[in-house]
Structure formats: C-alpha cells, structure tokens
Design a protein around this ligand. Structure first.
Ligand code: AHM
Ligand code: MG
Length: 333
C-alpha cells in the first residue's frame, strides 16, 4: 500500500490551489507541535508531567502541568516561521502578536492547547484544537479586534486526539482528512480520507449531571432519547460522554452521533461552557465540512459574531437530522 505522508498530502492540496505555501507551512508547524505534545502526553508520570501546575488560567480554571507544556510547545513552534501575525490561546488572557524579532505573516492562529485536561491524570484521551483566520488586510500590528471574525471566516481548522494512537484531523473547507502518527517514523500518515458524519444516529453525548439546569427544549430532546422505543422516537439510543470534546467529536466523525454542551441556568451569565473561538468554531467547521451540523440551539455556530476572545457558547453538533431536531425544539419553545 502506498503511504501518503501529511507533507505529501499538503503539497498536493497546494497544487490543487486549496492552500498557499504559508498555510501549508502553518499546518506543518502545527503538526510538528502536536507530535511534541503527544510525546509529553504519552510519557505521563515517567516525565513528571501529570498533576496541577499550581496556577489558574484566564477562565479561572486550575491549569495542569500539561496545559502549560502544550501551550508553550505551540507558541514556540509557531512564533518564528513567518506565517503568523498573532496567536491566541485558551490558556493566555491576551493575544500574542508575533515578536518584532521575526517576520510577520498573514494568518492568525487560535488554539486550545490541551482540551479535556481533567482527563490527563486518569489516562483518558485528550487533544489539541486549532482554528486559522486571516489577519485583516493592511494590519501590521494585530489587536484582539482583528480576531473578532465569525467562524465562517476560518480558512482552516483541525484537532489532534492523543488516544491509543495519535490522530490529526484537518480541513480547509474541502472535506475532512485524518492522519495517524507513525511513532517509529515520526510522521503523520494519511489514514482517513474524506471523513463524513452520517445524517442519522442512535448515539448521544451530554453531561447528564446538569439535567436539572437545562432549558426546556433540551430537557424535551434528551427525555425523548431516554424514553427510547417506549417514547415518541420509537427506538433506543445509546449514550457516551468522555468529557474531552476532542474525543467525543472524534467518535462522531468516525461513526456519527450528537454532542451537546447546551446552555444551562448555572452558566447563563457566562454564555455557556465551551469557548467559541478555539473550541466551538473549529469543531463546527470540521463537522460541517464532514456533512454534519453545528448550532448553539438557536443559531449556526459559524455565524456567531464574536465580541470577545474567550467568549463561550452553547454547542450542539454532529449528525444533521438530530441537530436540526434540537434546533426545531428550541424554535418551538
Ligand atoms: P477544557 O478546555 O478546560 O478541558 O474544558 C473543555 C472540556 C471539553 O473537552 C468537554 O466536553 C467538557 O469540558 C467537559 O465538561 P464537564 O466536565 O462539565 O463534563
Ligand atoms: Mg478545551
């Protein structure tokens, strides 16, 4: 079997006119950072990387050592290549313009360096999520305002999942493509061409411990799934919840399903749990490119106009017919 590496895949994408040399470099650099993060994640206790870092991030969440390590790896890998104008991270309050020591490029990179980090210490899958925007024309000193672009403006998005194998999933809007890390060779191999999400599913993912805080349309939808073949859906559904969005979305991209972190009454003032710009938007771009749908329950995620970098939104994504049903229940309410 002919093995296509990530590098070869990206060069072919460039030849097809789907990306330019700078975007290709950006993808290569992110993939290199992902490999370095995978090494650290997989060493676990042997490298002393488990546990708390002893600091809080901008969201007031306790940082894990690996949150900090993954963040540093992504920043160091991306700051000198000349492809970026600025970066933004879940772990850092302010945006980070590229230092004047290096040339500035035309892209903005946003990332959640280690998503699902509550799972690190229990050896369950975690991942990295990233989103790429264009720096507005003529801007030489980017500010937070230059990042305030809706998800439809993303030029690329992707995530990695550090599970039994390390996988990297990418889209530039033209299909969703998956790569598996060959650890001995140190390269990503194209193993999952054109990933698609089936329109129908019998699997759902939600943190049901929040049930009493959900809004009525979500209570109705989940209630119907739980009623199974005795309820209005007239068939049984199955539930999975990894508590790593990357792992839950990866399952949906592999075999279908619906993932929800909906609005609930205890998070209302925050706007939701998941972050728009480096969690919801990149995942929404990937899910839509794979034939699925992504909504806040009331609005397409990719259409949300951001007003701040660390903004949160409710998230409902996955198999199209189920997402559309949840949106309909919100409209009917
Ligand atoms: P994180 O970026 O701080 O890891 O938080 C995001 C994670 C998602 O990966 C996951 O879907 C969700 O938080 C789990 O939340 P909960 O612990 O409420 O189930
Ligand atoms: Mg996260």
């Amino acid at each position: 079997m002919r093995r296509v590496t990530l590098t070869q895949f990206l060069i072919e994408q460039q030849r097809k006119g789907l990306m330019d040399a700078d975007l290709r470099l950006l993808m290569e650099v992110v993939a290199r950072a992902v490999k370095a993060i995978a090494v650290n994640v997989s060493k676990g206790a042997l490298a002393g990387v488990l546990g708390e870092a002893g600091s809080d991030n901008v969201q007031g969440e306790a940082q894990k050592k690996l949150d900090v390590i993954a963040n540093d790896i992504l920043i160091q890998a991306n700051e000198w290549g000349g492809h970026l104008a600025a970066m933004a991270s879940e772990e850092v309050e302010e945006i980070r313009p590229i230092s004047s020591d290096y040339p500035r490029g035309g892209f903005l990179l946003l990332f959640d360096p280690l998503d699902g980090s509550s799972n690190i210490d229990v050896n369950i899958s975690v991942g990295t999520i990233f989103s790429v925007l264009r720096c507005p024309e003529g801007v030489t000193a980017p500010t937070e305002a230059d990042f305030m672009q809706p998800g439809t403006a993303q030029v690329a998005a992707g995530y990695s999942v550090y599970g039994p194998s390390t996988q990297l999933i990418l889209t530039v809007g033209d299909g969703v493509h998956g790569f598996t890390l060959d650890r001995e060779m140190g390269s990503f191999i194209y193993t999952h061409p054109n990933m698609t999400i089936p329109e129908d599913t019998k699997e759902y993912a939600i943190n049901a411990s929040n049930a009493r805080y959900w809004e009525a349309p979500v209570q109705r939808y989940i209630g119907e799934l739980q009623a199974g073949k005795d309820g209005p859906r007239e068939r049984d559904f199955n539930m999975r919840w990894v508590a790593s969005m990357v792992a839950d979305v990866h399952r949906i991209l592999t075999r279908g399903g619906i993932f929800m972190y909906p609005m609930d009454s205890k998070m209302k003032d925050k706007g939701g749990k998941l972050r728009l710009m480096y969690e919801a938007n990149p995942m929404a771009m990937i899910v839509e490119a794979a034939g699925g749908a992504a909504s806040t329950g009331r609005e397409r995620i990719l259409d949300v106009q951001p007003t701040k970098l660390h903004q949160r939104v409710p998230v409902v994504l996955g198999s199209k017919n189920e997402v559309e049903r949840v949106v309909r229940y919100h409209l009917e309410a």
